[in-house]
Design a protein around this ligand. Structure first.
Ligand code: URA
Length: 425
């Protein structure tokens, strides 16, 4: 059946409910190029303001999945489980998590993207490892998933192509921050990826899409319902993103920190979240192994080295470092009571760790290293953080992003926030 795109836009603009047939048609026609980007942008804005009913959202997500292929992982001789994070500053958890869960006996098919804006992309981080390649054929992907148990690679064009086109429009039309559009975008890709279970890490705070726990809970519940309706055992953790995760934001810097975790060390918050997500993933596929054992006895590190080598990377090669550094010292003595995630993310991005347009290159060594986290005592004149960039001209705008990014005060001015705020599903 053919509809008029203008009628579909008007119906949603005026607060009406779209029929299943209208939704199927508009997403299919947009993917084929028969609905113009201008029209799809207008529809995205109408959805942004009017929302989607649960029926519309379920159909919208199903139509996005149907725009491409759903992967068949039935040949993989291990239970399959993936995780998805809604994105945060210093969020390198995928790097230690995938080999850790693989080392415990599950298969983790992590199809990832590149970063845009203030949060880094997993592929950008891994591409800082000499030789590592993100593009795998379907056969390579399945073979590695079966043998090593973990794959992090680029999502192919066949995976929810409607989302790829729609996300590119949303990014430039101010329509990213919509719960139904985010939920359908993430879940269409994750359901099409074919794993039997999924754990979502929904971030809350200044460095995340969702600024309040209420919005994050609504997004998490919406995604858990969509996954469950499509036969994927889905659950979610709500986790704090008011301050960066760990002590680094930037591609090679985050790989180095992940290696510390895999070697049994690393910052406490990165270890805590890696283990919390690993436990949730293993429970979802009925594996009773304690992931802490696999970190401690080196099996997770072995799985990491096998994963990197299988994709052409040299796990022993030195990581790239930025050519220039700029140290920022504490302006006063006291307790660091706040260090804003968004500001640190923008500073890392301006140092060259992230891209403003999708065709931009990223610098492997650029980013921010923190010397203190909220709750730590700092001394006036001692190092607070350090900017890393290849081009020192970048420091001025990175420093501007950090203006007002922290508070130093009395110890009782700091209220610790739990890292894991809630669990859903
Ligand atoms: N990540 C996605 O994949 N889609 C969104 O809409 C937002 C974040």
């Amino acid at each position: 059946m053919t509809f008029s795109a203008v009628d579909v836009i008007r119906a949603k603009r005026d607060g009406g409910e779209l029929s299943d047939e209208q939704i199927d048609w508009v997403l299919d026609a947009f993917t084929r190029g028969a609905v113009d980007p201008e029209q799809m942008s207008a529809l995205a804005m109408a959805v942004f303001f009017r929302g989607l009913s649960p029926r519309e959202l379920a159909r919208w997500t199903a139509a996005m999945i149907a725009s491409g292929a759903r992967l068949d992982l039935s040949s993989v001789p291990r239970p399959t489980v993936d995780k998805h994070s809604t994105g945060g500053v210093g969020d390198k958890i995928t790097l230690p998590l995938v080999p850790l869960v693989a080392a415990c006996g599950a298969a983790v098919p992590q199809l990832s993207g590149r970063g845009l804006g203030h949060t880094g992309g997993t592929l950008d981080k891994l591409e800082s490892i000499p030789g590592w390649r993100a593009a795998l054929t379907n056969d390579e992907f399945l073979a590695q998933l079966s043998s090593v148990g973990g794959v992090i690679c680029a999502a192919g064009d066949e995976l929810a192509p409607a989302d790829k086109k729609l996300y590119a429009l949303r990014d430039v039309t101010g329509t990213v921050e919509s719960i139904p559009l985010i939920a359908s975008s993430i879940m269409s890709k994750k359901i099409a990826e074919g794993s039997s279970a999924l754990v979502l890490d929904v971030k809350v705070g200044t460095g995340a899409f969702m600024k309040t726990v209420e919005d994050a809970r609504l997004l998490a519940t919406t995604m858990v319902e969509l996954g469950t309706a499509h036969g994927v055992a889905t659950s979610a953790l709500l986790t704090d993103m008011s301050t960066p995760l760990g002590l680094t934001a930037g591609n090679a810097l985050e790989v180095a920190e992940s290696l510390e975790v895999l070697a049994g060390g690393g910052p406490a918050d990165v270890v805590e979240l890696t283990l919390a997500l690993a436990q949730q993933m293993l429970v979802a596929v009925g594996i009773s192994e304690d992931p802490e054992d696999a970190l401690r006895d080196g099996r997770a590190m072995d799985a990491w080295r096998a994963m990197i080598a299988a994709q052409g990377g040299d796990p022993s090669a030195p990581l790239p470092v930025a050519r220039e550094r700029h140290l920022v010292t504490a302006p006063a003595s006291g307790t660091l009571t706040r260090l804003d995630a968004y500001a640190v993310g923008v500073a890392a991005w301006r140092c060259g760790a992230g891209r403003a347009r999708k065709e931009d290159a990223v610098s492997a060594g650029a980013g921010v290293v923190l010397f203190a986290k909220p709750g730590d005592d700092v001394v006036a004149g001692a190092p607070l953080l350090e900017l890393h960039a290849d081009d020192p001209a970048r420091f001025e705008s990175a420093l501007a992003a950090l203006d007002g990014a922290w508070d130093i005060g009395a110890a009782d001015g700091f209220t610790p926030t739990p890292l894991v705020l809630d669990r859903i599903g």
